[in-house]
Design a protein around this ligand. Structure first.
Ligand SMILES: O=c1[nH]c(=O)c2[nH]c(=O)[nH]c2[nH]1
Length: 299
C-alpha cells in the first residue's frame, strides 16, 4: 500500500492586529485579523519531524506585527502582498504564501457634532477582506466583504416552486428579503502588472452590490445573487469572478388571528436559524482560470 503526503500548508491563523497612528492629537485606528499560510517543500517535517525548513508560525505572527510597525499598513491588499512576497523571497523551502486579511471598521464617535480625535465605535459587523496568494513569479488577489447585512421590505416575491408531500411554504408576492452578504471578487492578472486602487474598488464594488440588491425586483434570492455578481462584473473590467454566499434571513409573518387581529404584512418573526443558504458565482467568460487563487478550496 502506497501512502504519500498530499497538499499541505501551515501558518498562524487570525493574528489580531490593531495599530494607532498618531497625527498630532488625531489618532488613526486600524483593526485587522491576519492569517498566514505557507506551502512548499515541507515533506521533511511531516515525514521525519525534521524542522529545518519550518519557519515557525510564531515568527510568522511576529512578522505581521513588525511589518505593521516598519511601514504604514496601507491598503490591506498591499499589506498582504508585502507579507506574502517576504515569506516566499526569504525562505528557500517556501514557494507559496497565502495571506488573508479582514479589516474591521471603526468610526469616530461624534461629540457635539464633531468626530472625536481618539474615541471610536465599531461600525456594524461588516469586514473588508482580502486573500492574496504569492508564488515566486506572480500573485493573485481575491478581495471581498463579510457581514454586509441588508434587508428590503418590498420588491421581493417567492412562488411557483414545486410542491411535494413535504412542501408547506406559502407562496408570496410580497415578502421581506434579508441577508448578510459574503462576497469575494477575484482580480484578473498579476497585481504587479497593473495599478489597482484597492480602496476605490472596494467602495465601488460594495456600492454596486448594494444597489443591485436594492433595485432588482426579486423572484428568488438566487436571482438576486446572480444579479449582484453580474452587476459587479459589468461595472469592473478588472474583476474575473464574483462569489457570493447569501444566508436567507427568514422573516415569517406572525399569525395574529388568535388575538382577533389581521396581519397585512406588517408584523414578522425574525428567525435566526435555520436559514436558507444560497451560494453562487458569476464568472466572466474570457477570464483567466483561478489557479492557486481558488480560495474556496481548503488548499
Ligand atoms: O429565495 C428563496 N430561494 C429558495 O430557494 C427558497 N427556499 C425557501 O424555503 N425560501 C426560499 N427563498
Amino acid at each position: 500500500m502506497g501512502i504519500s503526503l498530499g497538499p499541505n500548508q501551515y501558518g498562524k491563523a487570525e493574528v489580531r492586529l490593531v495599530t494607532v497612528r498618531r497625527d498630532g492629537p488625531v489618532h488613526h485606528l486600524r483593526d485587522l485579523t491576519v492569517s498566514t499560510a505557507l506551502s512548499g517543500d515541507l515533506a521533511a517535517t511531516h515525514l521525519t519531524g525534521d524542522n529545518s525548513a519550518v519557519l515557525t508560525t510564531d515568527a510568522q505572527k511576529n512578522t505581521v506585527y513588525a511589518f505593521a510597525k516598519q511601514q504604514d499598513v496601507g491598503e490591506i491588499e498591499d499589506f498582504a502582498l508585502r507579507l506574502g512576497r517576504h515569506f516566499v523571497a526569504t525562505q528557500e523551502a517556501i514557494t507559496g504564501a497565502r495571506i488573508t486579511v479582514a479589516e474591521h471598521a471603526w468610526e469616530r464617535i461624534p461629540v457635539d457634532g464633531d468626530p472625536h480625535d481618539h474615541a471610536f465605535s465599531r461600525s456594524g459587523g461588516e469586514s473588508r477582506t482580502t486573500t492574496v496568494t504569492v508564488h515566486a513569479d506572480r500573485a493573485w488577489v481575491v478581495s471581498g466583504v463579510d457581514g454586509l447585512t441588508v434587508l428590503k421590505s418590498g420588491g421581493s416575491e417567492f412562488h411557483s416552486f414545486p410542491r411535494d408531500e413535504y412542501t408547506t411554504l406559502a407562496e408570496t408576492d410580497d415578502r421581506i428579503l434579508a441577508t448578510a452578504v459574503t462576497a469575494r471578487w477575484r482580480y484578473d492578472g498579476d497585481p504587479a502588472d497593473r495599478d489597482v486602487d484597492w480602496a476605490k474598488n472596494h467602495q465601488e464594488i460594495r456600492r454596486t452590490l448594494l444597489q443591485a440588491f436594492a433595485t432588482k425586483h426579486s423572484l428568488s434570492l438566487q436571482q438576486t445573487l446572480y444579479t449582484m455578481g453580474e452587476a459587479v462584473l459589468l461595472a469592473r473590467p478588472e474583476v474575473a469572478e464574483v462569489r457570493l454566499s447569501l444566508p436567507n434571513k427568514h422573516h415569517f409573518l406572525v399569525d395574529l388571528s388568535p388575538f382577533g387581529l389581521e396581519n397585512h404584512n406588517e408584523v414578522f418573526y425574525a428567525a435566526d436559524r435555520p436559514y436558507g443558504l444560497i451560494e453562487g458565482t458569476a464568472v466572466r467568460d474570457e477570464a483567466e482560470e483561478p489557479g492557486p487563487a481558488r480560495t474556496d478550496a481548503v488548499l
